[in-house]
Design a protein around this ligand. Structure first.
Ligand SMILES: [Zn+2]
Length: 263
């Protein structure tokens, strides 16, 4: 599942490739928009809000193409005629200009809304960790609103703060020294945890390898995430892998029972 920094990078790539250009062909391969044609429109910009991508297109009206990578999605920037890196049947959106073909594969959400209706899509989101208007105090306030909720679950809830996925949620619980199922109200220093969240995504947004340890080498880039059964980097205790979360939304969770005692 792409994290907020991955989505931010996708937005920047799309923005650099398309902004200011006229669309020569568009192909929306989802039933609800299959007949839509935005060719002739000009791409105003692409931004990310949390894990949502908003591509603003000025055509007969001011439209916003809203896409979301969900689990497996990705945008690729290609030249006309260049071979696609994924099977054609997995493409959901094709945006062509004179010199660029942007293809969105396996996107979890594809929809077009009027620009003025963007708040209906992203208005529920908490402060965007990588947004220009990032507001740490507001994120802390929203987290504190539900003090009995498990801290990992609360960090993943995009209504509290937007951009954290499973990797960062696992890592943040480790650096805070709290068990993932601990209550938010029991986190010793919530503002510091929120600060670390911002720092992690901000550091990683400009690089291809996500690292929370500062080490970019394969297998050394995380404290606990995807390290079930391996020794903790701090204390040597075996990292425990569990499944945690509300029913139907369970996520693979990793923690060190020594560094992150529960209760
Ligand atoms: Zn440990």
């Amino acid at each position: 599942m792409p994290e907020g920094d991955t989505v931010w990078r996708a937005a920047r790539q799309l923005d650099r490739a398309l902004t200011g250009k006229t669309l020569t062909r568009t192909d929306l391969r989802v039933p609800a928009y299959a007949t839509w044609d935005l060719s002739g429109g000009t791409v105003a910009e692409t931004i990310s809000r949390g894990k949502h991508l908003l591509t603003r297109i000025d055509a007969d009206q001011r439209w916003t193409l809203h896409t979301h990578l969900k689990m497996e999605g990705g945008w690729r920037i290609l030249r006309p005629g260049q071979r696609w890196p994924r099977p054609g049947h997995t493409a959901r959106v094709v945006l062509e200009t004179a010199d660029t073909v942007a293809v969105g594969f396996q996107l979890g959400i594809v929809e077009i809304v009027a620009r003025d209706d963007e708040p209906e899509i992203v208005g529920h989101l908490g402060p965007d960790l990588l947004g220009p208007d990032w507001d740490a105090a507001e994120a802390v306030r929203r987290l504190r609103d539900q003090p009995r909720r498990s801290v990992k679950d609360a960090l993943l809830d995009q209504r509290n703060l937007a951009g954290i996925g499973n990797l960062y949620a696992n890592e943040l619980c480790f650096v805070a020294g709290v068990a993932p199922e601990s209550a938010v109200g029991d986190v010793p220093d919530l503002p510091r945890l929120v600060g670390r969240a911002h720092q992690m995504l901000d550091l990683n947004r400009h690089r291809a390898v996500q690292s929370t340890t500062g080490d970019l080498a394969r297998g050394r880039s995380t404290w606990v995430h995807a390290r079930g059964g391996q020794p903790c980097r701090r204390c040597g205790t075996r990292i425990v892998e569990t499944s945690l979360g509300p029913e139907g939304q369970e996520r693979v969770t990793y923690h060190c029972p020594s560094c992150q005692p529960s209760g």
